[in-house]
Design a protein around this ligand. Structure first.
Ligand SMILES: Nc1ncnc2c1ncn2[C@@H]1O[C@H](COP(=O)(O)OP(=O)(O)OP(=O)(O)O)[C@@H](O)[C@H]1O
Ligand SMILES: [Mg+2]
Length: 615
């Protein structure tokens, strides 16, 4: 009911059109019953009795019936058009709202919600929520029609009215029982739909793993099992329909039969005329179908409610990050970044579990124009720090500041303009190279794009692409190598001229020499203007890269264990020395096996490294 009320509130005008159409239709149906009755009573019966037809009356009846039919057609047209418009408009509006909400919700919310479910929320749940809209105006019109029918029954004859009062509530009750039994089945089917879509999404997404690990059969089985459950659920919906539909169909016919029996009796008593009996019997026959409309709405309601609940969960989801209204000077030089006593825990997968602290007492600063390297074993919390720095997530306590301003006080645009993150896993859109770099941000011309590509050491391979900047790179950049993808995303960050650059292992798939060259280039891109263009926080493993940093922050299990220059840490912190050396060994072995260049290379924090570190 809430859903329907909301629908009416959102589209009141269209709803009014549809309901008027439907009410017009209903009144015309009742009208036609009485005209037919009158024709039989006043024309046909006298004609049979006297043997002569009153042509004038017959013509009048024909014209009236024709007029009624035209109005009925108009009614149906208005109802159908209105209902269709209303349903599809609502669906479109809510699809937009849901997807917009996805983009507003913070990363922490997305961590807890599977992509497949999100797709199904935006698609079939929105659709299901507004399913009953299509028959709703019909149902409302039918209610009016039923009231009209009962009133005209009472006007005609109380005995016949009692038959009507018996049949209509019975129809109603049957419909209610029907939708009650249907509700859990529909909800289950809806949930399984989401799960099936989730599994499909996951296996397509992980196609590489599925294929290389030879998991095709298991994935197919996993999908088939769930698809089988969905089929069972839908079949049970169908079975229920099979039982109830004939009953709903038969009840009005039984009503007509009862009317004829009672009516014949009343006719003999002289309480009613032939015309009236025919009208009432006709009324019952024509009412049978529209009454079903109420059943449709009731039957779709549970599914709609289930869909609406899921849609509302998205729309009402909290945890949205409020932004402040402070603005940083966009023309200022390199920005400072400081973490002060930052604690952070990821929200637990299930609400009742405690979240484990991933970062604790993290305090460090990246002074303006400086490069700070973040080093630590896998799982130490480096990516988490990177996410905090650009405010993908907020700390539990402590503050993250850019240019001395708490990032929570900044506007979204100001922070996005000042700080750029190049993530550990590069994401490339299925679009041209140019579009991937500019992302439609204003003021980035081709010259800027090339400059950014040069800094990211990506100008060479882009120039060699068949259409240069206009080359499409395929879904998720499948036509590029891992290293090329990384450099493209780096260029994307650089094109926005960030004053703070956060590189989360952003060049791991790039040749070590090139990686060092990129960082050196970033540091001295400075030379072109006044002072260094950006302050840099870089998550890195390679000695050559780390050595370029002004300071190294060494992290273990979410705590800053040591800080200082690379050389000092190497000499004084055994864990650090182990990590860097282990990494170097892994690197050497890998390079011996195959040269880096532009092949797809997984970041070499292979298991061997972890063992080295953990000992
Ligand atoms: N979305 C998440 N939900 C829950 N826990 C997470 C999530 N992301 C990371 N973690 C946990 O937080 C800790 C730190 O992860 P983080 O990704 O910051 O490590 P990292 O230092 O970047 O590691 P790597 O070198 O492997 O990239 C890990 O213990 C990890 O299991
Ligand atoms: Mg990481």
């Amino acid at each position: 009911m809430v859903v329907l009320g909301r629908a009416i509130r959102e589209q009141p005008r269209i709803f009014a059109v549809a309901v008027s159409g439907s009410v017009l239709f209903g009144l015309m149906v009742i009208g036609s019953a009485f005209v037919v009755g009158a024709v039989v009573g006043d024309v046909v019966v006298p004609a049979v009795e006297s043997g002569s037809v009153q042509t004038g009356l017959l013509a009048l009846a024909a014209v009236t019936l024709f007029g009624i039919s035209v109005l009925r057609v108009v009614g149906i047209f208005g109802r159908r058009l209105g209902a269709g418009y209303m349903q599809y408009r609502l669906q479109a509006a809510y699809r937009r709202r849901v997807t917009r909400r996805y983009l507003e919700l913070p990363l922490s919310w997305h961590h807890r919600n599977a992509t497949g479910t999100l797709l199904s929320n935006a698609n079939s749940d929105v659709e299901a929520a507004w399913y009953p809209i299509a028959p709703l105006p019909f149902a409302v019109g039918t209610l009016v029609m039923l009231v009209g029918a009962v009133v005209s029954l009472f006007v005609t004859d109380w005995a016949l009215a009692l038959v009507g009062l018996g049949v209509f509530p019975a129809l109603f009750a049957l419909n209610v029982v029907y939708s009650r039994r249907m509700a859990p089945r529909q909800a289950r089917a809806q949930r399984l739909r989401a799960e099936v879509s989730g599994i499909a999404h996951e296996s397509f997404d992980g196609a590489l793993v599925v294929k290389t690990m030879g998991r095709e059969a298991q994935e197919t089985d996993r999908f088939a099992a769930r698809a089988g459950e969905l089929r069972e659920a839908l079949v049970s919906v169908g079975r229920l329909r099979g039982v109830f539909d004939p009953m709903l169909e038969a009840l009005p016919s039984l009503g007509t039969l009862a009317v004829l029996v009672v009516g014949a009796f009343r006719l003999r008593q002289g309480a009613i005329s032939v015309a009236e009996l025919v009208s009432v019997a006709f009324l019952f026959t024509v009412l049978a179908f529209p009454v079903r409309a109420i059943g449709w709405v009731l039957a779709e309601l549970p599914r709609s409610v289930a869909g609406w609940d899921r849609v509302r969960r998205v729309l009402d989801a909290t945890g949205e990050m409020p932004y402040g209204d402070a603005v940083l000077d966009p023309a200022g030089g390199p920005a400072t970044l400081d973490f002060s006593d930052v604690h952070f825990s990821y929200e637990p997968a299930e609400a009742h579990l405690p979240g484990t602290e991933v970062l604790g007492e993290v305090t460090f600063a990246v002074p303006a124009g400086r490069t700070v390297a973040l080093v630590g074993p896998t799982g130490a919390g480096k990516s988490t720090i990177a996410s905090l720095a650009v405010r993908l997530v907020d700390p539990d306590s402590g503050t993250v500041g850019v240019d001395g301003v708490d990032v929570r006080r900044l506007t979204a645009a100001s922070l996005a303009g000042a700080a750029a993150l190049v993530a550990q896993v590069p994401f490339v859109f299925d679009d041209t190279v140019r579009a991937n770099i500019t992302l439609d941000r204003p003021g980035i011309g081709d010259d800027d794009v090339w400059a950014a590509l040069r800094l990211a050491e990506a100008d060479g391979f882009v120039a060699a692409l068949p259409d240069g900047l206009d080359t499409r790179v395929g879904e998720r950049g499948t036509s590029l190598s891992g290293g090329q993808r990384q450099r493209l995303t780096l260029a994307r960050a650089l094109a926005g001229r960030p004053r703070l650059l956060v590189l989360d292992d952003a060049t791991s798939a790039v040749d070590p020499r090139v990686e060092a060259a990129i960082l050196a280039g970033l540091r001295s891109s400075a030379g072109e203007g006044s002072g260094s263009a950006a302050s840099i926080l870089v998550v890195a493993y390679r000695r050559a890269t780390i050595a370029l940093a002004d300071e190294v922050i060494y992290l273990e299990q979410g705590r800053v264990v040591a800080r200082g220059t690379h050389v000092r840490l190497l000499a004084t912190v055994p864990g650090y020395a182990d990590l860097v050396t282990a990494y170097e060994q892994a690197e050497v072995e890998q390079t011996e096996q195959r040269p880096y260049d532009d092949e797809e290379v997984t970041p070499p924090l292979a298991s061997g490294l972890e063992i080295e570190v953990d000992r």
